[in-house]
Design a protein around this ligand. Structure first.
Ligand SMILES: [Mg+2]
Length: 125
């Protein structure tokens, strides 16, 4: 598999995705377009694997990975990628991103750059 240029994007759920509780600024469509653009995508949340999987199911998205928050480093081990990014809304996200050597992007910083309903992650960063 060609991993040149591939980016892996991990999404927190609550406060980050529109499906979260509370809802965050990123839509399911944004996640889907990001995946369709060639990124690996998945979730890394305080929710159980079962809850996260049910959320993806309801959104009609098949994620490449689903992990609990302190297991982000396992994603790095499983997937060869050029770039590893975690998007979240709290300092806890920032902490676990750093621990797993992921770049951390604060979701509101990312949402501010959204200016088209067709944007995906690659259009913004
Ligand atoms: Mg959150």
């Amino acid at each position: 598999m060609d991993t040149q240029g591939r980016t892996l994007v991990s999404f927190d759920i609550d406060g980050t995705l529109e499906m979260g509780d509370p809802p965050g600024p990123l839509s399911a469509g944004f996640v889907l377009r990001t995946q369709q653009s060639g990124c690996l995508i998945g979730s890394c949340s305080d929710r159980t694997i079962r809850e996260q999987s049910a959320m993806w199911d309801a959104a009609g998205i098949v994620p490449d990975f689903v992990v609990v928050k302190n297991q982000l480093d396992s994603v790095r081990e499983r997937f060869a990628s050029l770039r590893y990014v975690h998007i979240g809304d709290t300092h806890v996200d920032a902490h676990f991103a750093k621990q797993a050597s992921f770049e951390f992007i604060f979701v509101l910083d990312l949402a501010r750059r959204l200016d088209s309903p067709c944007d995906s992650f690659g259009d913004l960063i």
